[in-house]
Design a protein around this ligand. Sequence first.
Ligand code: NI
Length: 158
Amino acid sequence: MAIRNIRIDGDDILRKKCRPVEEMTPKIQELIDDMLETMYEADGVGLAAPQVGILKRLVVIDIGEGPLVLINPEIIEKSGEQTGMEGCLSLPGKAAEITRPNHVVCKALNEDMEEITVEGEELLARAICHELDHLEGILYKDLAKNGLLDVEAPDEEE
Ligand code: NI
């Protein structure tokens, strides 16, 4: 496994539409492992393949309940509304208030390319919507009605 370089806002690859994963290969498995490692190392709750420069429909999420790998994900149901602060590893030091559905049902494939259904509320619903947007080249700042806020950068001197 290896930490991959996270692409930062301004990089064209973050604005491209991703292609479906056709089959599980050692290369895709390695990408998944690397994305999980990269997300944990960066203290993120989610990471999408284009953020590490790969235009595939693949995201990883962990809101503190264990890793979730979603391949070719699709939201099939959404309801309710929540408004809260959101950030992204591709926009370091920034955050914005974003309105999302409060509940989503997502259909995807797991690492064994088996169909799974994931239901998410609150933070998980937000994370699923945010990560799936990345696959369409959409960044949360596109949805920020009140603009971006500067948030305190992590203290690098410990
Ligand atoms: Ni993001």
